[in-house]
Design a protein around this ligand. Structure first.
Ligand code: IDP
Length: 147
């Protein structure tokens, strides 16, 4: 029998993606959006902005107290970045795979965004939600009008 196309069986998801200030400063907005679209995911929302302390702290609440937390908030709020809602079948896992591991040198493989473009764990170009629960929480933080 003929297998069902995966597009009918895969669940459509939404992921909150951030193009972090380092990627914007280095001129990689187009490169990253292009990779998202080439993968077959769609951009459901996109906004360039400088994150407020409140938004950044809410987004990274799970890291409060860690040694890199203060530096992370300073980095993410200092310059403009781009927030997106990315949509498609298994969008969360798909974008995490495209982003690569947190450390661009030790973990992110060549071919991934961090593996191809990054060197530093702090300034690692992108964020992508890690679960449906995180995606719902993060979309509510960055795009409250979409919830
Ligand atoms: P992820 O972004 O790959 O999901 P998380 O562990 O959730 O990684 O960490 C969130 C962000 O915090 C990372 O993307 C990175 O920017 C920063 N970060 C995590 N660990 C370190 C570290 O050890 N030193 C500096 N920055 C870090």
């Amino acid at each position: 029998r003929v297998a069902e196309p995966t597009s009918l069986t895969a669940v459509t998801e939404r992921s909150l993606v951030l193009i972090k200030p380092d990627a914007v400063a280095r001129g990689h907005i187009g490169e990253i959006v292009s990779r998202i679209e080439r993968k077959g995911l769609s951009v459901a929302a996109m906004e360039m902005r400088t994150a407020t302390e409140t938004v950044a702290a809410a987004h990274y609440a799970e890291h409060e107290g860690k040694p890199f937390y203060a530096g992370l908030l300073e980095f993410i709020t200092a310059r403009p970045m781009v927030a997106l809602v990315v949509e498609g079948p298994r969008a969360i896992a798909a974008f995490r795979q495209m982003a690569g591991g947190t450390d661009p040198v030790e973990k992110a493989v060549p071919g991934s965004i961090r593996g191809d473009l990054g060197l530093e764990t702090g300034e690692n170009l992108v964020h992508g939600s890690d679960s449906p629960e995180s995606a719902a929480r993060e979309i509510a933080i960055w795009f409250p009008h979409l919830v």
